[in-house]
Design a protein around this ligand. Structure first.
Ligand code: C5P
Length: 315
């Protein structure tokens, strides 16, 4: 560090003097030198503040709360697997088939919420979850021909591989989501801190998975091989979606997250009718009706004994 800092100082000093001389001798309006001094001080101060805050934050996240950090390794591992499996599933199945099958996560989430968070759901709420799953499935079937039609590159696609990947993703979505919810709601730490801890493991485990599955190819062709603006768009969307899930789980829960996404599927189909002239068919109306009915049913006040581990005896 001693030699590196000296070398950097030599280069920085020389370039500073030359660049000052250059900008001060350019033709045209001259900037105020005193404002440049102010700006440099401000930038220095702000950088140090950010670095200090960030260092403190990381120290707290990784070292002080190491027990919690380790706990987050579990959902992080499951989510990393899920995020990779989703690419496998979507690459092997038509989009509509993937979407329909992936809705099974509504049911796995409910089962894990009952088992791990000891949530109790009434009979009516279980029925509403089944209706929600059926409704979204009907809407999705209507949007695309499930399993049918050959898409470009269909020859390299394996239906069986895609199906296994999506079913494991559903189990993972329920388990990881509820695990994260349990950790988040079991302490007062902020959702941001928890996501930093999740992200640290996610990055490390993701790199491990990359090395194991495609290490040689990535080494030969480069990490960013084939990246286009669209690929960057997918990545940004996925990252934004993940943060959104974290916030929704903080203020609501994983089951309600399922309702929100189901409603958004219906809403986006309705929007595409207006925007792209999509025609409304009776199956869509049926599916949408089931989803809306399920939302209503789930929100009804509980009556009768709940179904779940915390069953209270009826009076
Ligand atoms: O389909 P599902 O709702 O299970 O997807 C959740 C997504 O949100 C995953 O990609 C997961 O990595 C991400 N996530 C996140 N931070 C959380 C919870 C989930 O990035 N705290």
């Amino acid at each position: 560090m001693f030699y590196i800092s000296l070398a950097v100082l030599v280069v920085q000093n020389a370039s500073l003097i030359l660049s000052i001389r250059y900008v001060r001798t350019l033709p045209g309006e001259r900037f105020f030198a005193t404002t440049a001094v102010v700006m440099a001080e401000l930038l220095k101060g702000a950088t140090c503040l950010l670095v200090k805050q960030f260092a403190l934050f990381l120290y707290d996240a990784v070292v002080v709360q190491y027990v919690d950090t380790l706990k987050l390794a579990v959902p992080s591992l499951i989510y990393t697997l899920q995020n990779n499996l989703q690419y496998v599933a979507i690459s092997n199945l038509p989009a509509a088939t993937f979407q329909v099958t992936y809705q099974l996560k509504i049911l796995t989430t409910a089962v894990f919420s009952v088992l791990m968070l000891r949530k109790s759901l009434s009979r009516l709420q279980w029925v509403s979850l089944l209706l929600l799953f059926t409704g979204v499935a009907v809407v999705q079937v209507e949007q695309g021909q499930v399993g049918g039609g050959s898409s470009p590159g269909a020859a390299q696609q394996s239906y069986a591989v895609g199906l296994v990947a999506v079913v494991v993703s559903c189990l993972s979505s329920g388990l990881a989501g509820v695990y994260f919810e349990k950790i988040l709601k079991g302490s007062s730490a902020s959702v941001w801190l928890r996501n930093v801890q999740l992200g640290i493991f996610g990055t490390l485990l993701g790199l491990l998975g990359m090395w194991w599955a495609e290490g040689a190819a990535v080494a030969a062709q480069g990490f960013f091989h084939g990246y286009s603006p669209l690929v960057w768009g997918v990545i940004l969307n996925q990252a934004f979606g993940g943060l959104l899930v974290a916030v929704v789980v903080k203020y609501a829960d994983n089951i309600l997250k399922g309702f929100a996404t189901s409603l958004s599927i219906v809403a986006s189909t309705v929007a595409s009718m207006y925007l792209f002239g999509f025609r409304l068919h009776p199956p869509f109306a049926l599916g949408a009706g089931l989803v809306i009915g399920a939302v209503y049913m789930y929100s009804l006040p509980k009556a009768g004994p709940p179904l779940g581990p915390r069953q209270e005896p009826t009076a």
